[in-house]
Design a binder for this molecule. Structure first.
Ligand code: ADP
Length: 455
């Protein structure tokens, strides 16, 4: 009697089993669009005991920008249990599925972790990589004497014995490679299995490419939605700004008149008279209102940036120097650290200083009883060379329910606040092609600014 896992005995059985697997792969590809799940399904299908093909499979994908093969996933015989066959009444109509639990088990497997840390430079001179990626040819380890090859330092630590590698081809380009071997039994890879690997890799390549295209499409869609949201936010801001500007303009002249007369009154009244105190209050309150109006006019004015090469460290140091009195008044200890190399950005030094001033003074307001302010400038390489500025305080942080509002104009929790500091800072940073975000630590708030670096 034949059990489900027993080997097919005849050539016809073999062919039938291969065709069924390939058919199930097509069905699976048509119903799996997520790259992550697809990769797990593909590798699990060729290593699962019931397919009796390979004992281990490794997936590398090519990073086109860096021309490096990145280890993405590895599935071993031990971690390949758990492939489910779903749908359809017979083998041909069915497809594979895998649970999230098995996926995370496979991800945390030691061998898989080792593979995920592996990077192979395609142009490094390894004959195997050249054959698979550049010539898009299936390749066996013996053919290129991989074990003695000096150029590659990846395959020997990963695969001790004989193995085979197949290119994943899509639109006539190799987008990655699948490596298979039999480390448990030490069995050589048969020519039948090699033939299957070739067919299988062709289909897998197309499926992975489709999935990556879908991911890119989804990402582009998300970016588009965000851009639309920013645009409508910008339109709302412009409308608020226009209204605020005309109001501020109307208020400015009478306020100057009131301030002027109150000042004259103040001078003419005896210092110990009650009226002197009243006039004094009018003068100081008018002063506060004038400051507020000039902030509103600043906010609503069309920003013009005078771009020049600025040293960010110098700008931050200047800002800290301007705040010395505030630090002393609030009993705030300041620590500042910067990169060893100069951090040069293209921007408007005056406006950038304004950003740091707004953030630092907010931190001072948040720590009326004293505290610690930590500023750091750190070089980083995201999509491009950038600098990350962090401003961290110990003022208790920003309540969660307020975090989405603090960058909106006129949002303030302060008695004398205008609610414009952060929205001005945000606009300046966006105009400098950067971003600004905030989060809380246990002790306070952290503002993180990312700006593109010139060098
Ligand atoms: P304003 O300082 O005039 O209130 P801002 O736009 O600068 O306007 O700040 C908006 C609000 O964000 C503040 O009123 C405050 O509630 C909150 N906020 C800003 N920075 C901090 C900080 N470092 N810690 C706690 N809250 C902060």
């Amino acid at each position: 009697m034949k059990t489900q896992d027993s080997l097919p005995h005849t050539e016809t059985d073999n062919r039938l089993s291969e065709l069924t697997l390939l058919y199930q792969l097509s069905n699976t590809m048509l119903s799996t669009i997520r790259l992550n799940k697809l990769a797990h399904l593909i590798l699990t299908a060729v290593t699962t005991p019931s397919s009796n093909l390979f004992e281990r499979a490794i997936l590398f994908l090519r990073n086109e920008k860096t021309n490096v093969l990145q280890g993405m996933l590895a599935v071993t015989r031990q971690s390949s249990e758990g492939l489910r066959i779903v749908g359809g009444h017979d083998a041909l109509g069915s497809r594979w599925d895998i649970s999230d639990e098995i996926i995370s088990l496979q991800r945390s497997d030691d061998f898989c972790l080792k593979v995920r840390l592996t990077r192979i430079e395609i142009d490094r001179g390894c004959p195997l990589v050249y054959q698979v990626i550049s010539e898009r040819a299936l390749c066996q380890s013996d053919e290129v004497q991989c074990q003695r090859c000096q150029a590659c330092s990846f395959i020997r630590p990963l695969c001790g014995g004989s193995f085979a590698a197949a290119p994943l081809v899509a639109r006539e380009t190799a987008i990655g490679m699948i490596v298979v071997d039999n480390p448990d039994s030490g069995r050589q890879i048969s020519s039948n299995n090699l033939h299957f690997l070739q067919l299988f890799a062709n289909q897998a390549g197309m499926a992975i490419e489709n999935s990556m295209l879908y991911n890119r499409l989804e990402e582009a869609h998300l970016n588009l939605s965000e851009a639309r949201e920013r645009l409508s936010h910008g339109e709302r801001l412009a409308a608020i700004g226009e209204m605020a500007a005309s109001l501020a303009h109307e208020l400015k002249n009478p306020l100057i008149t009131i301030g002027g007369f109150a000042g004259r009154l103040l001078k003419s009244l005896p210092v110990d008279a009650r009226e002197h105190r009243y006039a004094d209050t009018i003068v100081s309150e008018v002063g506060r209102l004038e400051k507020m109006l000039s902030e509103i006019l600043n906010f609503s004015r069309k920003p013009t940036i005078c771009f020049s090469n600025c040293n960010l460290e110098d700008i931050v140091r200047e800002c800290l120097a301007s705040c010395t009195t505030a630090f002393e008044d609030h009993n705030i200890k300041v620590s500042f650290s910067s990169d060893d190399q100069p951090l040069i950005v293209s921007g408007d030094a005056h406006q950038l200083k304004q950003v740091f001033l707004n953030l630092v003074l907010n931190s001072c307001d948040a720590m009326p009883e004293g505290g610690k302010l930590i500023l750091t400038l750190e070089r980083t390489h995201l999509d491009r060379k950038s600098v990350i500025v962090t401003i961290e305080d110990t003022g208790g942080g920003i309540p969660k329910e307020m975090q989405s509002q603090i960058f909106n104009p006129f949002f303030t929790t302060k008695h004398h606040g205008t609610g414009l500091g952060l929205s001005i800072a945000n606009r300046i940073i966006i105009n400098h092609f950067g971003s600004i975000e905030t989060h809380n630590t246990e002790q306070g708030a952290v503002f993180t600014i990312i700006l593109p670096l010139l060098e």
